[in-house]
Ligand binder design. Sequence first.
Ligand code: 6CS
Ligand code: FE
Length: 301
Amino acid sequence: MVLQHTNSRLQTARFDRYPTRLGVPAPHLERADPAVWGTVDSKELAAFDTDGFAILDALLTPAEVAEFSAEIHRLAEDPALRDDDRLIVEKSSNRVRSIFEVHKLSSAVAELAREERVVGLARQVLGSEVYVHQSRVNYMPGFRGTGFYWHSDFETWHAEDGMPAPRAVSLSIALTDNYPINGSLMVMPGSHRTFVPCLGSTPAEHYRESLQEQEIGVPTTEDITSLAKQYGISQFTGRAGSALLFDSNLMHGSSNNITPFPRANIFLVFNSVENTLVEPFAAPAPRPAYIGSRDFTPLSA
Ligand code: 6CS
Ligand code: FE
């Protein structure tokens, strides 16, 4: 039994089922929770339980792709956002890397998140009402777009945002064609069933640097090697308008993009209302609400 350490604040010790950010290496853990909590009736989600992800070939129409592309470029060019904490620039080029809380900055994205073809996917998998834990646009610009090293989103959301269980899903909606060559997402099919404890304690106030290049809460090369041998690596490629729904604990990452072709995706992260955030499990303080929302109001149509 791992009792979560209590920090200086008066905090009762609690049982942490997914201990991470440890001082010494720890073995991988078999996921203690289901991957599918509800009843999946969309044929497109048939493989979700096994693989930890599912691909939707045409979630958006070409006209909607054009509409949302214009919307995310409006945001990226909005001078009022330039100094906003929700805008993250690339370390190397000062170009826009991500914009968080896009469902609050764009009413079009807010409406999309509420549509049954989107939120209905999350309700099926999570088996409950859901709310938006996080939303963002990853721009992955051409030439110097830097990728995202291997990681489990849940490891960060558990450690830094206080998400109790991996009862959350991300929907990555491609607004540009995702080729093998332009930094598309790599996933390890089935890896959602293995929790990889990470080493190293979480520094205070490190999240902005971490969103530029994550160094804490990433698995070791030995972890990645053993997972890749066990699960293999697949690449999510698809036309603009396609989407990837993936489990919060799926091991994934993306390489740099040196091609002229940007790889822009909207990410909507849905958490179950039965899995709302508590105190961080391995960080001195929770991250700001624009990264880990503390408004648990369920999404209604
Ligand atoms: O820390 C987070 O919440 C973000 N970081 C990554 C690399 N993926 C999930 C999320 O966008
Ligand atoms: Fe991620």
